[in-house]
Design a protein around this ligand. Structure first.
Ligand code: ZN
Length: 479
């Protein structure tokens, strides 16, 4: 197998920035035993020089790809007070028109945008399973396979999370007309998971998602875990016991109140009492948690999946970031509804939300790592990789004992000729990118050892954008 050798002028390693780094890739993975901080000399194996600032690719831990095509359509005031619940009606109306070919076109465009913004992996929380009238497609996995196709076409890594969605509320009411496309029984859901697990490879990982506590009754939750334990091994050889498990947990105050009324506990507390929550879990929108839930959730090793631009757009509320980090909690970021597709903007707003309510600055940073940008970036890499269920989010560290060795070779290169980065050093590079960057700085992107973005352009972006324009224009005209 041919070894690819890169020589990075500056690279962000697990311990921080290093200069003159030799990076070796074989079979799409960081090679064990490679050397660090080696000055390139004339006798060395010809290395591809990388000017610019080399960072690990960021995992995006929460995405509903189809929603990219409706971004911007719910920003007009309606007759009643606008809220998450009125936004959801717009989303349902749009979702009712998207078929597999449409989803493939939308997701491919979205994934190109993600790659160009610095995301190299995406977790798809996928619940658009059925035809608009509620019947299955001839192939029940047709919509999920459209997402896999889009990932393969664009080169982004994918954790596909087929989502169980059974009821329309905590009281167990059936799904409403506009939710019919999402529905599954537990058995059909497990069959879908089993089928999709056969697709796992270096770029595609399969986990499961439970839509929310309001959509999955307590007995179904137990049945899912029993059923998962009985699944045969996946093609990748990764055991069921390592599958990532995601859930929307406490996004809305109304959801917390309903859970308290029907199940006698707040959502996070109820989940911790009734499910084997550990580091495989990602609790998306753990927005409304009290002090006790904060401490208990942090102790599990689960990831709090935060989507600051979507949560701001939907008026959800703010997560208690400082308290959660102080308790040792792990976070990651997702672009969710894709009102914005940028790790920079999501990390920036994660911090800005906290500054606005606490009237303090540099809330995420602490004494051990004073740079807010570095703290946020490192946290989101760690949590994003954990939520993806894969060894990603780290450049190899040159030490066979480090888990980053053998991790998938994903990286992004920031353009060091940008005026924004003039005079910047490793001490302030990430702070500058995250807080001051509006012009795109991601020049090159590698996933699984393969360059997919070079010189600010994705290898197939013109064709993918043309197809997206045609599909979305037709969807809008059919409204
Ligand atoms: Zn979501």
């Amino acid at each position: 197998m041919k070894t690819q050798v890169l020589h990075a002028a500056n690279a962000w390693l697990p311990d921080g920035w290093a200069s003159d780094v030799r990076i070796e890739v074989e079979g799409g993975r960081w090679l064990a035993g490679a050397l660090l901080d080696v000055r390139a000399d004339a006798g060395a194996v010809e290395a591809e020089p990388i000017d610019g600032w080399v960072l690990p690719g960021m995992p995006n831990l929460h995405s509903h790809a189809f929603q990219r095509a409706m971004s911007g359509l719910a920003e007009r005031r309606g007759p009643a007070d606008d809220s998450f619940w009125t936004w959801r009606e717009v989303m349902y109306a749009f979702a009712s028109r998207v078929g597999p070919d449409d989803l493939r076109a939308i997701a491919s465009q979205l994934y190109v945008e993600m790659l160009k913004s610095g995301y190299t992996h995406v977790c798809e929380f996928h619940y658009l399973h059925l035809q608009p009238d509620g019947r299955p497609y001839a192939d029940p996995a047709a919509m999920a396979l459209a997402l896999v196709d889009a990932a393969q076409e664009t080169g982004i890594g994918l954790t596909l999370l087929p989502t169980l969605y059974m009821t329309g509320g905590f009281d167990g009411r059936p799904l409403a007309e506009r939710q019919r496309r999402f529905g599954h029984g537990v058995d059909g859901f497990l069959r879908l998971v089993e089928r999709l697990r056969m697709l796992e490879d270096a770029r595609v990982r399969v986990g499961v998602a439970l839509h929310s506590l309001r959509a999955v009754p307590a007995d179904a939750l137990r049945a899912v875990f029993d059923g998962l334990a009985a699944l045969p091994p996946a093609r990748s050889g990764l055991p069921v016991s390592m599958m990532p498990i995601h859930i929307h947990i406490a996004e809305q105050v109304g959801e917390v109140e309903d859970c308290l009324a029907v199940r006698g506990a707040r959502p996070v507390a109820w989940l911790l009492d009734h499910a084997p929550v550990d580091a495989r879990w990602c609790l998306v929108h753990a927005t409304h948690i009290d002090a006790d839930e904060t401490r208990r959730l942090a102790a599990t090793g689960a990831v709090a999946g935060l989507c600051p631009t979507t949560e701001a757009n939907l008026g959800d509320g703010l997560f208690p970031l400082r308290e959660y980090l102080d308790a040792g909690g792990i976070i990651g970021i997702g672009s969710d509804s894709h009102i914005s597709v940028s790790p920079v903007e999501d990390l920036r707003w994660l911090e800005y939300g906290q500054r606005l309510v606490t009237r303090q600055r540099n809330v995420a940073a602490d004494a051990t790592r004073p740079s807010t940008g570095e703290t946020l970036f490192a946290q989101a890499l760690l949590g994003g990789a954990r939520a993806s269920g894969l060894a990603i989010g780290r450049l190899q560290g040159g030490d066979a004992a480090l888990p980053s060795v053998g991790a998938r070779a994903d990286l992004v290169v920031l353009d060091d000729t940008s005026p924004l980065l003039a005079g910047r050093t490793s001490a302030n590079l990430l702070d500058t990118w995250i807080f001051a960057g509006n012009a795109p700085l991601v020049r090159d992107v590698m996933v699984n050892g393969e360059w997919v973005v070079r010189g600010f352009r994705h290898r197939d972006e013109a064709r993918i954008a043309a197809r997206y324009r045609a599909v979305v224009t037709r969807l809008m005209n059919s409204a």
